[in-house]
Ligand binder design. Structure first.
Ligand SMILES: Cc1cc2nc3c(=O)[nH]c(=O)nc-3n(C[C@H](O)[C@H](O)[C@H](O)COP(=O)(O)OP(=O)(O)OC[C@H]3O[C@@H](n4cnc5c(N)ncnc54)[C@H](O)[C@@H]3O)c2cc1C
Length: 273
């Protein structure tokens, strides 16, 4: 008798030791391609503000994992993320379909070293981001806010956030961050829009985050001797900001930290997950 092999779709074995089957508990859409979601992991997940989680969805016999910075603070019961849809991407179109009650896989162990450096002697922290790159900075501020309220943070560090986007609706966390700016003596927030022409009522800064970097570094008196810069999001913003900061003397190791969300197509190596 001939040996006949039946072709079946490959089954992915998902290790419950490695992944939570997290449940989506909240979703807010800021625009057609930007949204936030909160998930309940159902287990212990401890992280440092600034770290990322690996989210994954099983699709056509494959597991598709990608890293996402955590927006929420460690004291929150759920874990929050801020997403941008990459229409030709492998994972974001699948994440974009998820609704409250759906399951998403999430690695049990967080990763990353993009945390706030509070033991270097430099007490100013210049945070620069594009769109979803605000995620780790929201986590820093939410965490310090709670620590401030409960007496664990005395306000000895100052955080200055430049938040760039093309259009005003892309900010996602502007209201929360504006409230923190008003309430907290140690936090300043400047959103800036690079394509204001469809939004004549935009009252804020105009230009990319790296365009207004020099002006605000001067205004806030941020020097390499007293400041660490943190760059998060779009690779071009990171490259431009680094060049500007280096010309201002940010050349010592540790004075610039970055979290690149993707690399331009021609240099793509494997993602750090
Ligand atoms: C440490 C870290 C943290 C991250 N945190 C977030 C986060 O909080 N929110 C978030 O939305 N993304 C974040 N990303 C990016 C995320 O991991 C994915 O790369 C992104 O969601 C695209 O995944 P995809 O599978 O849909 O696209 P892929 O199939 O991976 O990519 C398709 C193509 O699009 C390019 N690309 C990837 N992302 C973008 C983008 N945003 N704009 C334009 N081109 C892009 C890729 O380089 C590739 O050429 C983070 C990345 C890293 C490394």
């Amino acid at each position: 008798m001939d040996h006949v092999e039946t072709l079946r779709p490959k089954q992915v074995v998902i290790s419950d030791e490695k992944y939570f089957r997290a449940c989506v508990t909240k979703r807010v859409d800021f625009g057609p391609d930007l949204w936030m979601m909160r998930v309940r992991t159902g287990g212990e997940f401890s992280f440092t503000p600034g770290q990322y989680a690996t989210l994954a969805v099983e699709h056509e016999g494959k597991l598709i994992p990608r890293p996402y910075s955590i927006v929420s603070a460690p004291y929150e019961e759920e874990v929050e993320f801020f997403f941008e849809l990459v229409p030709q991407g492998a994972l974001t179109p699948l994440l974009h379909k998820l609704q409250v009650g759906d399951e998403v896989l999430m690695r049990r162990v967080p990763k990353g070293r993009f945390s706030l450096e509070r033991n270097t002697g430099r007490t100013n922290h210049l945070l620069i981001c594009t769109v979803t790159g605000v995620a780790p900075f929201v986590s820093y501020v939410r965490t310090l806010h709670r620590d401030w309220q409960e007496g664990r943070f005395e306000g000895g560090h100052q955080l200055y956030l430049l938040n760039g986007a093309s259009r005003p609706w892309e900010f996602g966390y502007k209201e929360e961050l504006t409230r923190f700016d008003i309430e907290l003596p140690w936090f300043k927030y400047v959103p800036t829009v690079s394509r204001p022409w469809d939004h004549a009522d935009w009252p804020g800064e105009i230009g990319r985050a790296d365009d207004i970097l020099r002006k605000y570094a001067d205004h806030w008196e941020l020097e390499p001797g007293n400041t660490i810069a943190y760059l998060c999001g779009h690779p071009d913003m990171i490259e431009n900001s680094k060049a500007i900061l280096k010309r201002r003397g940010f050349t010592d190791k540790g004075t610039i930290k970055d979290e690149l969300y993707w690399v331009p197509a021609k240099q793509v190596p494997a993602q750090g997950i």
